[in-house]
Design a protein around this ligand. Structure first.
Ligand SMILES: [Zn+2]
Length: 271
């Protein structure tokens, strides 16, 4: 059989629990929800995948990989995703107006989400950052945590992932400490269509700042808390006491930031 040496097999061990066989196929590295915007309004549905070398390829879906996880861990990740995505997405739904509170700080705005548990949201962010770091897909080559940080997030996930939301909620009272990191999530005030943004990820050369551009959302993940700029401190979600906060960017600035990123970085990703 013609199998590349680095291609994972179903007999390999799950990268999350390090125990069961990784028989799960088609695991998303980034929750599908984030990529929706790339494909909206395209007919036939497609996006463009750009490699580091600049090669382009038309794609219908975002990155999926086989044999990273066992089905139990895959289920645990999906419980986090289902819960958090619902909480994030309802911000645009007028019926859920009372579930959010918006704050203004000069030019800067953010909303607090009353229907999201901060502990589950932290696990959700860790699961995305960790998956992007362990991914073998070339879209995530520029994104990499150092091994000890990766392991710290893996252990958090292994300890707290549960196959149902009820079991997860019951487990949360044991979660008393988070890694000493910082992370913020920012989105445009109004979702842009076309999104003027893509899906890509990059880490700083010293591996202390990690950026995930997820179409309508940007996640900044900082290993060294001191590197979080003052203006964003209020929306740091790496804590156990505040409600989940999401920064709201001006749509024009948002467009500019993403286009700069795409043009200057010329990294791999899907647009
Ligand atoms: Zn597993």
């Amino acid at each position: 059989m013609n199998v590349l040496n680095d291609e994972r097999q179903p007999t390999d061990t799950c990268l999350l629990c390090n125990q069961r066989p990784a028989t799960q196929r088609n695991s998303h590295i980034i929750p599908k929800f984030f990529a929706k915007g790339i494909f909206e309004g395209t007919n036939p549905r497609h996006g463009t995948r750009l490699s580091i070398q600049g090669d382009e390829q038309s794609v219908q879906d975002i990155v999926k990989e086989n044999y990273l996880f066992c089905p139990v861990c895959e289920k645990g990740i999906s419980v986090l995703e289902t819960y958090c995505i619902r909480g994030l997405d309802k911000f645009n739904d007028i019926q859920y107006f009372n579930s959010y509170k918006t704050f203004k700080r000069g030019e800067f705005e953010y909303f607090e989400c009353k229907i999201l548990d901060i502990k589950i949201f932290n696990l959700f962010i860790y699961s995305i950052v960790w998956r992007a770091s362990i991914s073998n897909d070339y879209a995530f080559i520029p994104f990499k945590l150092i091994e000890s940080d990766e392991e710290q997030l893996r252990v958090m996930l292994q300890t707290f992932l549960e196959p149902t939301q009820t079991a997860l909620c019951n487990k949360l009272s044991d979660l008393k400490e988070l890694p000493n990191h910082k992370h913020v999530m920012i989105r445009p005030k109004k979702k842009l269509r076309p999104p003027h943004a893509g899906l890509s990820a990059v880490s700083s050369s010293d591996k202390s700042i990690h950026q995930l551009y997820l179409v309508d959302y940007l996640i900044l993940y900082l290993i060294e808390p001191i590197k979080l700029i003052y203006a964003l401190k209020e929306i740091d979600n790496n804590n156990l006491k505040n409600p989940v906060r999401v920064g709201l960017g001006d749509p024009e600035i948002w467009k500019g930031v993403n286009l700069d990123f795409i043009n200057n970085f010329r990294g791999s990703g899907i647009y």
